[in-house]
Design a protein around this ligand. Structure first.
Ligand SMILES: [Zn+2]
Length: 455
């Protein structure tokens, strides 16, 4: 028997055989929503030969399979090995996970590259087999029956809602490995609750950023009547960030322990900004913002953007399913005269790698746009311009002249040269025709007519 090297849900992203850039001596597997962190399994039982760095792969695992299980030699590239050379592994045993980090995986978008060699490790050539053929009738890991061979399938398109998803995390989720979560594009990590310093903040930020997520911080603002001044709270938050983990911050406005005033929130924003920390906006929920802040419902624009908490469902469900199941009107609810930029739509979202529900959030837009919101930059727009600029630069690139390849002309030089040459030719021909007493316009009109008659 043979087992698929990746979990059910993966599909072939690049086949064995010729492709742009050369012959592909293996099969690539990936999945929509990101492959990084997903497990990789031994296709047959055998002895691990290599587990570590390998040129082009970042790291790899290779396994030699004895004749008793069908023989062969298999290679698993762009992974983080979880086994050691010399170790015996069973068919379907987890041996690695897909390296999510392009800095260490050989510089590729995270995926598993799988090779099958006929007997022993072999140079590219006839002893390298097509893994898809070899895997026909293979079962999916953890499943008893053989499944159908995976079919190439385009990555799923984003829905009409066009949202990206994110988590907000605190020490309650200490141990949740953010690098291994599918379909999560941003993370907002807690620095502080009052002056209580969150010990998981830095590792959460590091893990999320290594996985390419957009990050920000949040501070849970306590009322001074609860025992600490706003200044003490902000300096605790700044300590947690330190110089290396300074990130834009959201102010979490929801304390039940005392009454916040509009001025407390303003002071908080001001103190962060004085320390060079950008305040993205405020987090709250409708009855709190509208009824619990001393001085009445404040306008939110003065604090930046709105991150609204509102849970239409309290079911423990995978975060995407949960999103698909809820009505979306709350995303348009204006809090303090401003529609939310981010909606925390549940606290019961399930993500892979964590047993209980977590806070899940949606943002309407792209990662680049979210980055702009958090960091106050204009990356998304700039990127668009850059695409056009790239095309224009390509068009304008100097090209060698047909007459003299030593000379090169840009598109604009070329247009000017053609314009001048055409004008000169026309003047010359008209003058010669006049002297010979012929009509150049008639010659052209006749030539056009003759050409049309031919075609
Ligand atoms: Zn490959």
């Amino acid at each position: 028997m043979t087992t698929m090297p990746v979990p059910r849900g993966f599909y072939v992203t690049s086949k064995f055989g010729p492709r742009a850039g050369g012959y592909h001596w293996g099969t690539d597997f990936g999945r929509g929503g990101g492959s990084g962190g997903h497990p990789v399994y031994a296709m047959r039982a055998g002895t691990v030969q290599y587990a570590g760095p390998a040129s082009g792969f970042g790291r790899w695992v290779t396994i030699d399979h004895p004749a008793s299980v069908g023989g062969g030699y298999t290679v698993y590239g762009h992974v983080v090995p979880e086994v050691r050379p010399g170790q015996w592994v069973e068919e379907g045993q987890r041996i690695a996970h897909i390296d999510p980090n392009s800095a260490t995986n050989g510089g590729v978008a995270p995926h598993a590259h799988v090779e099958v060699h006929r007997y022993v490790w072999s140079q590219p050539g006839p002893d390298r087999l097509n893994p898809e053929t070899w895997l026909q009738g293979a079962r999916w890991p953890g499943e008893a029956k053989p499944g159908a061979a995976p079919k190439p399938k385009p990555a799923p398109k984003k829905g009409s809602e066009d949202v990206i998803f994110g988590l907000d995390v605190s020490s309650w989720q200490d141990g949740l490995y953010l690098g291994g979560i599918d379909g999560i594009d941003f993370v907002i990590a807690r620095t502080t609750d009052g002056t209580y310093k969150d010990k998981a903040y830095r590792s959460h930020i590091d893990d999320a950023e290594k996985a390419g997520m957009v990050t920000a911080a949040y501070h849970f603002l306590r009322a001074p009547s609860e025992g600490t001044s706003v200044a003490q709270q902000v300096s605790a938050a700044l300590e947690v960030m330190g110089p290396a983990h300074k990130r834009p911050v959201w102010i979490d406005v929801e304390t039940e322990g005392g009454t916040l005033t509009v001025n407390d929130i303003r002071t908080c924003k001001q103190l962060f900004e004085n320390a060079g920390v950008r305040v993205v906006g405020v987090y709250s929920y409708v009855p709190y913002w509208e009824g619990r802040i001393a001085g009445g419902e404040p306008d939110t624009a003065q604090f930046g953007a709105v991150w609204l908490a509102n849970y239409p469902s309290t079911a423990n469900r995978p975060f995407r399913e949960l999103w698909d199941s809820i009505p979306k009107q709350k995303f348009d609810y204006p809090l303090g005269n401003q529609k939310p930029a981010i909606w925390q739509y549940a606290s019961t979202g399930l993500v892979n790698g964590w047993g209980t529900g977590v806070d899940v959030n949606a943002f309407r837009g792209s990662k680049a746009e979210l980055h702009d919101l958090f960091y106050g930059t204009k990356t998304a727009k700039t990127n668009q311009q850059t695409t056009e600029e790239t095309e224009m630069a390509e068009f304008n690139k100097p090209r060698p002249s047909y007459i003299n390849p030593a000379v090169s002309l840009s598109a604009s030089d070329f247009i000017r040269a053609v314009d001048a040459a055409t004008w000169q030719t026309r003047v010359l021909v008209a003058e010669i025709a006049r002297k010979l007493d012929i009509d150049p316009d008639k010659i052209v009109a006749d030539a056009i007519e003759a050409d049309r008659a031919q075609h």
